[in-house]
Design a protein around this ligand. Structure first.
Ligand SMILES: [Zn+2]
Length: 451
């Protein structure tokens, strides 16, 4: 008995001393759990099959044929978003963002491209924006062949279908911040639709706090026996793509090659997904994208927005960017028969959990800094006060320098500076996040040094 109570007291003491309060330990929000259940693999399957039915969605294909080509896909997505909006009392702003893309590497003639966008405006902080995206264009073996069949069921009808399903489920709720459900063309032509959107956001000074691209999330069935089956890769860059020379100098001096805003976003997504999903996990990949390759989050990170990529764990290259054919007994082509709709639904659920958590939480604290005026084994952190009306306070998080994810957190209350006694910035990485009265937490911000 005595021994048990000593152990128990020791555990309590340990918990109090570390103030450990990872998201994984906080209770799930019942409304988010409800939404997770509402994501339907059947709806996703129907959307994928419909998108495939347009024969090709090559960016250079027909735009005025109602049944074949990228124009038919564009108009169908637009109509889907409008239908979803009319089911929520016109809660979505549905628009076609068209622009004339000049000649480029994979654009032989100037071509009109159209991003199809549905915006769910935030209630209390509409100026804060989260973007979730998939690309609706497709390609066969040649990116400039506009005639061949290019079903693109996995790449990327799967991502497009997930975005439409997210809009359907999430539009029935209200969030503090704005969520943009985006589908873009021109990915296979050089990330053109996403680049245009990101550039417009810079010019209009839109506060995009996070961007997700869902690209190849079909969980190709040929890889069904893979040990990675029950997880999705989340790619995030370590060093910011838009880092200046001066920032690079600071980073070399204080560390932080594993602490970009995109990396913090990826950590946030994993932490939130772990709260809600038992049998499906986020597999963190500490890389901007797959080896030497790219996706629609890149134009965002290059412009200083936090952005990450969701992709199935094991790609099958006989079913990507291939003319549909059988050769020497091998079937090539990206057809719906090879998509695991339940898998895609699970990836959509991870997106939903992360987006709902982000859009309900306070904004990330601004101007987070470590004060370096004097040498000390204490660590002094400071930051600006958040404007969020429902703010409760802040948490300081930390981890060992060799640990990939935040391990410890302490609630410091509604203050804008705090000294971590006898915990040296030489020996740990620190971060700060904001918490609201309902317990929703922002992603972590990694501090810069100030004197
Ligand atoms: Zn793709």
């Amino acid at each position: 008995m005595k021994r048990h109570s000593i152990i128990f007291a020791a555990i309590l003491l340990f918990a109090a001393a570390t103030g450990f309060s990872q998201g994984a330990r906080s209770k799930p929000d019942p409304e988010v759990s409800k939404m997770v259940k509402e994501i339907s693999a059947k709806n996703i399957e129907a959307s994928i099959r419909k998108l495939v039915s347009f024969g090709t969605r090559n960016t250079l294909s027909e735009q005025d044929n109602p049944t074949r080509g990228i124009g038919a896909a564009r108009d169908w997505i637009f109509a889907e978003f409008q239908k979803i909006s009319s089911d929520c009392g016109n809660c979505l702003n549905v628009e076609k963002q068209s622009f004339l893309q000049p000649k480029a590497n994979r654009i032989p003639e100037p071509t009109t491209l159209t991003n199809v966008i549905a915006t769910l405006k935030g209630t209390t902080n509409p100026e804060r924006v989260y973007v979730v995206s998939g690309h609706y264009d497709s390609m066969c073996t040649s990116p400039t062949d506009a005639k061949c069949d290019a079903p693109g069921a996995n790449d990327d009808a799967s991502g497009t279908a997930a975005v439409i399903e997210l809009a359907r489920v999430m539009s029935k709720r209200k969030f503090d911040a704005t969520i943009v459900f985006m589908t873009v063309p021109g990915e296979e032509q050089g990330l053109l639709g996403a680049t245009y959107f990101a550039q417009q956001a810079v010019e209009k000074k839109v506060d995009i706090e996070a961007m997700f691209t869902n690209d190849i999330i079909g969980g190709v069935t040929s890889q069904k026996n893979s040990p990675n089956r029950n997880r999705v890769r989340v790619f995030s860059e370590g060093v910011p793509s838009n880092e200046t020379e001066q920032q690079a100098g600071t980073r070399r001096s204080v560390g932080g090659e594993n602490d970009s805003a995109s990396r913090q976003l990826a950590r946030f997504v994993k932490e939130q997904a772990d709260r809600y999903l038992k049998n499906f996990r986020v597999w963190m990949i500490y890389r901007r994208d797959r080896y030497g390759r790219g996706g629609d989050h890149i134009p965002f990170v290059e412009r200083g927005f936090a952005g990450i990529r969701f992709t199935e764990p094991d790609e099958d290259y006989t079913h990507q960017h291939q003319n549909v054919r059988t050769e020497n007994g091998v079937f090539y082509g990206d057809t719906p028969e090879l998509v695991d709709f339940e898998y895609t639904a699970n990836v959509a659920r991870v997106n939903l959990i992360a987006l709902a958590s982000l859009a309900s939480a306070p904004a990330r604290p601004k101007n987070v800094a470590i004060v370096t005026t004097r040498l000390s084994n204490d660590t002094e952190l400071k930051w600006d006060a958040n404007p969020d009306a429902d703010l409760a306070g802040y948490e300081i998080v930390w981890r060992d320098t060799t640990t990939p994810e935040w391990t410890d957190a302490i609630n410091v209350g509604n203050v804008t500076n705090f000294v971590m006694k006898s915990r040296s910035k030489d020996n740990y990485f620190f971060g700060v996040r904001a918490v609201d009265k309902a317990g929703n937490k922002s992603p972590v911000v990694y501090p810069r040094p100030v004197r």
